[in-house]
Design a protein around this ligand. Structure first.
Ligand code: AMP
Ligand code: MG
Length: 625
C-alpha cells in the first residue's frame, strides 16, 4: 500500500480502561510489545504522520516518539473528544483514526477509506464489515475524516452529543466493506488480551506437567480430555444478530430482562375474576357480573363486594380481584349473575402474577447458552430484537491417505472411498461451525505442510483424519510437529488409540489441531469424546455431554484398564424399561454398525465384563449436537 502524506493518523488511547480494571489499554503488553505499538506499526506505512490521543500516562505515550494530544472537551467524553483534539491539531487535510486496542488494524485502512471518500465525494469514510448472512457492522472508530469538519464535531460535543456514530448524521458518509472482521476486533478485557497473547499462552508441556503420571503412550481418556480442556482457549469475537439468526448460536452475554413477564397480573383461565373474601365457606356464593375483560383490552372495572368480572385468559386482573373461577366450574350462570358452590376454588387460584415468569432486571439467559427454540421465544417475550452471539468457529478439515478416493473417481485396486470427509462434515455442521472442507491430502510432506498452513491461516481449528498412527507412509505426524506445539498420544481406548493434539502456527496465525485416527468409526468416537467439547469451549458454549444410565440387555466383554466405546441400540423392553444392546461387529472400520446404532455405550477404564442386567452409561446420538 502506498503511503499517503496528506493523511495523518490518530490513535485513540484516551479511555480510562474501566473494563480492563482501570489499566491503560494502550500500554498493556501484547505479543512482545505494547498494544499501542502494534497499532503504530500497522499505521506507520500508511500515513504521513501519527499522533496519539491519551488522557493519562502522557509520558509513557510520549516515549513512542509521537505527539500526544489529550482531550480538550473535559470529563473523558469518549472517543469523539479524542477525534476533536486530533482534528484541532492535525496539519493535513485528512485524519484517519484507529483505537489503541486494535492490534490487527488493516494495513490498507487509510488507502481504502481515502479512495472511497474521494470517489464518492464524501466528508467521512468508515470501515464496515459483514459476516455471511449478518447485518453490516459499522466501525466508526476506524474512520477517515476531512480535517475541515472540526466545527461540526465541536458543535455536536458542545450540545452534549457523545455517540461515535451520531455526529456525522448530516454529513455524507462513504462506507467501505472490509473482508476480515477480525482485523477490527478490539480487545476489551484483560482476559481477552491474555487469551490472544500467544506469548502468554500455555505450552502443552506446561499443561501436561500438571499430571503426575503422564505417559503419552498410555494415556487414560480422562487425562487426554483434561489436557485438551486446559489447553484450549475460547475465541472472543462477538456479533449482534437478528433474533431468528440467533438459533443454535452461542449467547455471548447474559440477557437481563428489561421488563416483567407477564407485565401485569392476569387470568390463567377463561372465567370470572373475583375477590376471594367474597367466597362463602359453607354455602353457594352469588356474585353480580359487572363487566367483561378481554386479553389485551384492560378496562377500569373495579368490582365492589359481591361483584365479579367476566375475564378471558390473559386478561388483566381487575382492581381488587385476586382469584379467577374457570367458567366450567361455575354452578349457574345468567347474563347478570353467577353462582359458585362452596369449595369450587380457593383464593388466589388461576391468577398469574406480574413478573412471575421473569422479573425486570433478573437474568433471563446466561452467557454460553446455545440458543434453542424456547430461548428464541423467551427473547421475543422480552421484546429483544437483536442478540449478542459468539462469532461462528471456523474449522478446516481434511482426510489424509494415498489410498483414499473421492466420490466420482474410479475405485482403484486397494483403494477406499473417503468417508471421513462426510462424517466430519456432518458432525461439524451440526455443531454449528463454519466449515472449510479441504478434501483429500496425499501422504506427501509438501502437500501436508501446504494444507496445514493453509488451514491454519484460515481457521480457528483444524481436524484431520488418518496418518497419526505409526504407519510407514504417514508423514502427518512429522509435519504437524514441525509446525507447532503438537503432541501424539496413544490413548487407552477402543476404538481410536492414536490422537494428535496441539496448536500449530503459520505466518503469525495459529489454530488448534485435532489429528484424529483414520478408521471411520475411530474418527467419530474421537470427535465426539475429544474434539466436540474442545470446539464447544472454543465457541464459548457450555454444553457438557450428557450420559444416561440404562440396563444392558446382554453381557458385554470388556477389558479393564481402557475405555471402550461400543455401538449400541437403545430400546424399550417388555416392561417399558429402557435397555441397551450392543450392535453386532464392533470393528473400528465398520461404519455400518455405527449407522445402525442409536447410541454409544461408554465402558469406563475401571470396568471389566458387563453382565446382562448391569447398568451402563450411554450417549445418545440424537440431540447430541
Ligand atoms: P491411518 O490412520 O491413516 O493409518 O488409517 C487407518 C485406516 O483408516 C486405514 O485402513 C485407512 O484406509 C482408513 N481411512 C483413513 N482415512 C480414511 C477416510 N478418509 N475414509 C475412509 N477410510 C479411511
Ligand atoms: Mg493413512
Amino acid at each position: 500500500m502506498k503511503k499517503n502524506d496528506q493523511i495523518s493518523a490518530l490513535i485513540l488511547a484516551g479511555g480510562r480502561g474501566s473494563r480492563m480494571g482501570h489499566v491503560d489499554k494502550g500500554l498493556q503488553p501484547f505479543r512482545g510489545t505494547t498494544m499501542v505499538q502494534h497499532v503504530l506499526e500497522r499505521l506507520a506505512p500508511q500515513v504521513g504522520s501519527i499522533a496519539i490521543n491519551a488522557n493519562q500516562n502522557l509520558d509513557a505515550y510520549a516515549a513512542f516518539g509521537m505527539p500526544v494530544w489529550p482531550d480538550e472537551t473535559t470529563g473523558f467524553a469518549g472517543p469523539l473528544a479524542g477525534l476533536e483534539a486530533g482534528l484541532r491539531h492535525c496539519a493535513t487535510p485528512w485524519l484517519v483514526t484507529a483505537p489503541c486496542d486494535s492490534p490487527f488494524v488493516p494495513l490498507d485502512l487509510a488507502a481504502r477509506l481515502f479512495e472511497a471518500l474521494q470517489s464518492q465525494g464524501a466528508d467521512i469514510a468508515l470501515a464496515v464489515t459483514q459476516e455471511a448472512g449478518m447485518r453490516k457492522q459499522p466501525h466508526p472508530v476506524f474512520c477517515l475524516v476531512k480535517t475541515s469538519l472540526l466545527p461540526v464535531l465541536s458543535q455536536y460535543l458542545l450540545e452534549g452529543g457523545r455517540k461515535m456514530d451520531g455526529w456525522y448524521a448530516d454529513l455524507k458518509v462513504a462506507e467501505v466493506l472490509f473482508e476480515d472482521s477480525d482485523a477490527f476486533r478490539n480487545i476489551n478485557t484483560l482476559d481477552e488480551l491474555h487469551s490472544l497473547d500467544t506469548a502468554r499462552a500455555p505450552r502443552l508441556k506446561d499443561v501436561v506437567s500438571c499430571l503426575s503420571d503422564y505417559d503419552p503412550d498410555a494415556l487414560p481418556v480422562r487425562h487426554a480430555q483434561k489436557i485438551i480442556g486446559d489447553f484450549i482457549t475460547p475465541i472472543r469475537s462477538v456479533e449482534k444478530v437478528a433474533l431468528r439468526s440467533a438459533l443454535d448460536r452461542v449467547l455471548a452475554a447474559d440477557i437481563i430482562s428489561p421488563i416483567n413477564v407477564p407485565a401485569h397480573d392476569n387470568s390463567a383461565m377463561d372465567g370470572y375474576a373475583l375477590r376471594g373474601a367474597d367466597l362463602q365457606a359453607d354455602g353457594p356464593t352469588t356474585l353480580k357480573v359487572i363487566s367483561t375483560v378481554f386479553a389485551g383490552r384492560p378496562n377500569d372495572a373495579a368490582p365492589a363486594a359481591g361483584e365479579c368480572v367476566r375475564i378471558m385468559t390473559g386478561g388483566v386482573m381487575p382492581a381488587g380481584c385476586d382469584s379467577v373461577i374457570p367458567q366450567e366450574h361455575v354452578a349457574a350462570i345468567s347474563d347478570t349473575e353467577i353462582t359458585i358452590d362452596a369449595g369450587a376454588i380457593r383464593t388466589g387460584d388461576n391468577r398469574r402474577f406480574a413478573g412471575e415468569d421473569l422479573k425486570a432486571g433478573s437474568p433471563a439467559l446466561r452467557k454460553g447458552k446455545i440458543i434453542r427454540p424456547a430461548d428464541l421465544g423467551l427473547l421475543a417475550s422480552l421484546g429483544i430484537a437483536e442478540v449478542p452471539v459468539q462469532r461462528r468457529l471456523r474449522v478446516a478439515f481434511f482426510s489424509t491417505g494415498d489410498e483414499l478416493r473421492s466420490i466420482g473417481e474410479p475405485l482403484d485396486a486397494g483403494c477406499v472411498y473417503d468417508s471421513n470427509r462426510y462424517t466430519l462434515y456432518g458432525m461439524l455442521t451440526r455443531l454449528g461451525c463454519d466449515i472449510i472442507d479441504m478434501g483429500i491430502v496425499r501422504d506427501d510432506p509438501q502437500a501436508l505442510e501446504d494444507a496445514l498452513r493453509n488451514a491454519c491461516e484460515n481457521a480457528d481449528a483444524i481436524v484431520t483424519s488418518g496418518g497419526v498412527s505409526v504407519g510407514a507412509a504417514d508423514y502427518t505426524r512429522e509435519i504437524m510437529a514441525k509446525l507447532g506445539d503438537v503432541t501424539f498420544w496413544k490413548i487407552g481406548m477402543r476404538p481410536g488409540r492414536p490422537l494428535a493434539f496441539g496448536k500449530i502456527n503459520s505466518n503469525g496465525n495459529s489454530a488448534f489441531l485435532f489429528g484424529l485416527p483414520g478408521n471411520p468409526v475411530a474418527v467419530m468416537v474421537s470427535f465426539y469424546f475429544f474434539a466436540r467439547n474442545a470446539l464447544l469451549t472454543m465457541m464459548g458454549a457450555e454444553a457438557p455431554l450428557p450420559l444416561l444410565r440404562v440396563k444392558s440387555s446382554g453381557a458385554i466383554r470388556k477389558k479393564s484398564g481402557r475405555t471402550e466405546y461400543q455401538r449400541g441400540i437403545l430400546s424399550v423392553d417388555a416392561n417399558g424399561q429402557q435397555q441397551v444392546a450392543i450392535t453386532g461387529s464392533q470393528g473400528s472400520g465398520i461404519l455400518r454398525s455405527m449407522s445402525e446404532a442409536n447410541c454409544m455405550v461408554v465402558l469406563h477404564d475401571e470396568m471389566g465384563n458387563v453382565n446382562a442386567g448391569d447398568m451402563v452409561d450411554v450417549m445418545l446420538f440424537e440431540g447430541l449436537v
